[in-house]
Design a protein around this ligand. Structure first.
Ligand SMILES: Nc1ncnc2c1ncn2[C@@H]1O[C@H](COP(=O)(O)OP(=O)(O)OP(=O)(O)O)[C@@H](O)[C@H]1O
Ligand SMILES: [Mg+2]
Length: 340
């Protein structure tokens, strides 16, 4: 069976500047694919190329095996949800949801059926007669998703749909989106800065940097087996501690320039433990079940260490830290991961 979506060497230039350097990517079945990467790396541009809102400078784009590189956006069977909900302010929720269908001349009965389904899936019934100005951000975003839903697109495209919402609503909508994906089983391509969103929603994450793919994989595979220092540093929050390999020579394999140890792979030990790193507690964030200790060391710089919430560490105190030797990542001078 053909991939649902396939990109072959897809390139994009604006003037003389190359934004995407030849993206190869396949999405299979009803997969949830998430694009992450630093601001400006080309996530939105890639999504807009898929949607047909930008013209590629080279390469090919196939949907269900059919070449759609130059197909009009409306011919691709995709629906896009943006960060700004872009609802019509003077229309009610019901009118916003049905506007596109009315424009396309969808028969009344079919329109009613699609509307009913979107309203039920997204729990919009209480708001149908309200206008966007009378809704919360989360409710507006649900309407925007509903508008995509009634199109019954082949693939859903999302560009940071939750980034305007406050932390609590974001979490709520994240859970709703995951449930929606399970229920619809429809393929989704989702752009986000938020790596918790990426980790929790994605079947596979695509990590982009400066218009190139650094690594593609299941969230925990990227977390556990990053291909390079960039992915190691980008996936995981708080971020992995990266430091000069010279600082811990006993743990550095041949050719290592830098080492990385995640916050959860350090232990507080007694000062006389062989190989222990002396440190000074600078700041402790107590989150309840866990705490994050920020500690200053002489040779490894500032470290973030995950502690059990019951462990008492006072800022200003001296301590000794030991990494789990089996969980130390090593990277060469180019940042490529070295085999353990
Ligand atoms: N129409 C355009 N003309 C010229 N340059 C553009 C255009 N659109 C985007 N760019 C540039 O392309 C690069 C990628 O932009 P893009 O919006 O895809 O990044 P992004 O990864 O989505 O970033 P963010 O996380 O901030 O949304 C940026 O350097 C941007 O300035
Ligand atoms: Mg963007």
């Amino acid at each position: 069976m053909s991939p649902t979506l396939e990109l072959r060497g897809l390139r994009k230039q604006f003037g003389n500047t190359t934004i995407l350097h030849g993206i190869d990517l396949q999405l299979h079945g009803g997969e949830f694919l998430v694009f992450v990467g630093p601001s400006g790396c080309g996530k939105s541009t890639l999504l807009r190329l898929i949607a047909g809102l930008e013209t590629p400078s080279g390469g090919q784009l196939l949907i269900d095996g059919k070449d759609c590189t130059h197909a009009a956006p409306s011919a691709r069977g995709l629906a896009m949800v943006f960060q700004s909900y872009a609802l019509y302010p003077h229309m009610t929720v019901a009118q916003n949801l049905s506007f596109g269908m009315r424009m396309r001349g969808v028969p009344k009965a079919e329109m009613a059926h699609k509307l009913e389904r979107a309203v039920s899936v997204l729990k919009l019934a209480p708001y149908l007669q309200r206008k966007p100005g009378e809704l919360s951000g989360g409710q507006c975003q649900r309407v925007a998703i509903g508008r995509a839903l009634v199109q019954q697109p082949r693939i859903f495209l999302f560009d940071e749909p939750l980034s305007n919402l406050d932390a609590e609503l974001r979490l709520h909508m994240r859970v709703e989106l995951a449930a929606l994906h399970r229920e619809l089983g429809a393929p989704m391509v989702y752009v986000t800065h938020d790596q918790v969103e990426a980790m929790t929603l994605a079947d596979r994450i695509v990590v982009l940097r400066d218009g190139r793919i650094e690594q593609i994989g299941a969230p925990l595979d990227l977390y556990r087996e990053p291909a390079n220092a960039f992915v190691a540093g980008f996936i995981g929050s708080p971020a992995i501690n990266l430091f000069d390999a010279q600082a811990l020579p006993a743990l550095a394999p041949a050719g290592a320039a830098r080492l990385g140890v995640r916050p959860e792979h350090w232990r507080c030990v007694s000062a006389d433990t062989p190989g222990a790193v002396p440190a000074k507690a600078v700041h402790v964030e107590r989150l309840g079940a866990i705490s994050y200790l920020y500690a200053q060391t002489e040779h490894l710089g500032r470290l973030c260490v995950l502690l059990d919430g019951s462990q008492r560490v006072e800022p200003g105190g001296a301590l000794a830290l030991q990494p789990d030797a089996a969980r130390v990542y090593a990277f060469d001078a180019e940042g490529q991961r070295l085999a353990a």
